[in-house]
Ligand binder design. Structure first.
Ligand SMILES: *Cc1c(COP(=O)(O)O)cnc(C)c1O
Length: 371
């Protein structure tokens, strides 16, 4: 009879006590990846990683972005979209937003590419974001990418389950990124995924995310790797969380309807809405912009009034091109994202918002209108 396996360095912290059968944990990363592949589309491949930021970094590695390369990036986003460009010692070129989806403006994208080419350098990649779950104008952006032969990386960190023309966000570009960070639509407390299009790509992403160990019986390394893989314990949470995705989208879309009903009669307040039926947002966060001259209150007034009642809200992302850390970067746009930042607010949008929570929120807004 074969005896128990003696491991190289097993821990005296007995995980078997915590998880009935610790050995069964080993396959959760693959199970999670399989669930994501099924959810997104039959023919994409997914690698689960330890964060969305790691996924963006690895995508840039896969696209061979290196020192002094230029990478086009949506300016109106969370900083995690743009930092990995700096990790590769490349140069971000920021593009402003259009008014329909608040995402990358295709007109400024085209202008930027043509200008960079005329200056002698073709951008190496385009990073487009589906911010707050709202799909970007993918038809135009894909066409521009094709025309100039520049690969597209989709930051769908906030947009799991969102669709454009029936296709899932994250599956349009050469690579796509999802985040399972604590406040995303499903969460593994921290985690992410990189979506790619072939088995070879998937193999290479796994190789890079596990310290680039060559296929030898000893530890041999011919290139630089990263420790970016997801823990099987977190992947187990992910498998479980995938069962709630559909419900969470339903709840968040209901939140959006709730706010639409509140704000429609209030002049000077505009909700971020799907421009037409081609767009399907998971409405991760419901966002508004407030023209204080018309509404009689500002985004900061509303934030503070909500806070008094112990209700959290948050300013919209501050665009990258006006962030101190990126202040020397080139930028193409008409400053619309700065207006969004100045006037905007993200409202409580959790998947577990109760009727009582909604009543409390509604009361605060009602009170502000009267003042
Ligand atoms: C959350 C987020 C990320 C990064 O994901 P992490 O898992 O937190 O690293 C990237 N881009 C956007 C737009 C995000 O909101």
């Amino acid at each position: 009879m074969k005896q128990n396996k003696i491991l190289l360095s097993s821990s005296n912290f007995d995980l078997d006590l915590v998880f009935q059968d610790f050995n069964s944990l080993y396959s959760y990363k693959e199970k999670f990846e399989h669930k994501l592949e099924t959810e997104l589309k039959e023919d994409v491949k997914v690698v689960a990683l330890n964060s969305g930021t790691s996924a963006i970094h690895l995508a840039l590695k896969m696209l061979n972005v290196t020192k002094d390369d230029e990478v086009i990036c949506q300016s109106f986003t969370y900083v995690a979209t743009a930092f990995p460009i700096l990790y590769q010692l490349a140069k971000p070129i920021f593009i402003d937003s259009e008014k329909d989806t608040w995402n990358m403006c295709p007109i400024f994208l085209k202008k930027a590419i043509e200008d960079r080419i005329s200056k002698g350098k073709k951008p190496k990649a385009i990073i487009v974001v589906h911010l707050y779950g709202m799909p970007a104008k993918m038809d135009e952006i894909i066409l521009i990418g094709k025309k100039y032969n520049i690969p597209i990386l989709e930051d769908a960190a906030e947009a799991l389950g969102s669709k454009f023309k029936g296709l899932k966000c994250g599956t349009f570009g050469d690579y796509g990124v999802i985040s399972f960070n604590e406040n995303k639509i499903i969460t593994t407390s921290s985690g992410g995924a990189l979506i790619c299009r072939s088995d070879e790509d998937k193999k290479r992403i796994i190789f890079l995310s596990t310290q680039a160990k060559d296929d030898t019986p000893f530890y041999n390394h011919s290139e630089i790797g990263f420790n970016y893989r997801i823990s099987n314990i977190l992947a187990m949470l992910g498998v479980e969380q995938m069962n709630s995705l559909e419900d969470n989208i339903t709840y968040r879309r209901k939140n959006n309807e709730f706010y639409e009903n509140i704000f429609t009669p209030i002049k000077g307040v505009k909700l971020l809405k799907e421009p037409n039926s081609q767009y399907y947002s998971n409405h991760w966060l419901t966002c508004i912009i407030i023209d204080s001259n018309i509404a009689g209150f500002s985004n900061e007034d509303l934030r503070l009034e909500l806070l008094k009642e112990n209700i959290e809200s948050r300013h919209l992302w501050k665009p990258m091109h006006i962030q101190p850390v990126f202040i020397d970067s080139d930028y193409y746009g008409d400053h619309y994202s700065e207006e969004l930042f100045k006037k905007g607010l993200c409202l409580p949008s959790g998947s577990n918002l109760t009727q009582n929570d909604r009543n409390r929120i509604e009361e605060v807004i009602h009170k502000l209108r009267i003042i």
